[in-house]
Design a protein around this ligand. Sequence first.
Ligand SMILES: [Zn+2]
Length: 277
Amino acid sequence: MLWLAIGYLMLPFDLIPDFIPVLGQLDEVLILPGLIYLALKLTPDEVVAECRASIKNHDNNSEDGKVKMTEIDKLIDGYKRFHDNYFHSDPELFEQLSQGQAPDTLVIACSDSRVDPAIIMDCKPGDLFVVRNVANLVPPYEQGGGYHGVSAALEFGVRALKVKHIIVLGHQYCGGIQALVSGVALEGSEFIQPWVNMAHAAREKVLKTMAAAPRLEQLCACEKESILISLDHLMTFPWIKQSVEKGELKLHGWHFNIEKGILTAYDSSADEFKPVV
Ligand SMILES: [Zn+2]
């Protein structure tokens, strides 16, 4: 740390703002830039570059580090494949998308890593305007302050993009719905429980009408019931209600069975979810 302190104090003043963020890293990582600066008298930018490179290198080689770069390397490799194959296979699409987007469909899906709507529906970039959150929930229309992320996305999708369809896409084995039904998200949770409790009516209905059913059946029923609550909440937004009543917008409740790969849609006339194909 002595070398680091000496090196750091010798750095020009205008470098400090760049240098401060890396101080949160391990001390031994920071010794290297100080030594480099003193020994080789590199420019300040070069010192920062060396420092960041040494942190990256340290992460890669960490024996006990919980977060390693290998996960990120996998994503960068994926990006390379996307860029070399997908992107270059359809340059006209991306040229067209660079001018703007005009998706017909807005999807409210779960944040769950297993249920990416674009993959499930085999869509291209530009096809779907997607909102993802825990348990694919839509809050009711509320005015006033607060960070209304879902409402803002709905507003942009419906009023600016003028989507023709909104799909609430739920799924099997949803952790958010499990938290809703069990009443326990995770120890010390600050945000999950109040968020999923927005669909408490689904929990109450299922536990009342299916009290003797196996837990998995209760959960699946609650996943579907919460989709219907979100559809009801969508209709509390005045501009959504208006567009639906004019026939310009259709609402859909869908549920994806991860295990069997089956996509079902809510049929209001039969009051049940039926396979889409
Ligand atoms: Zn989920």
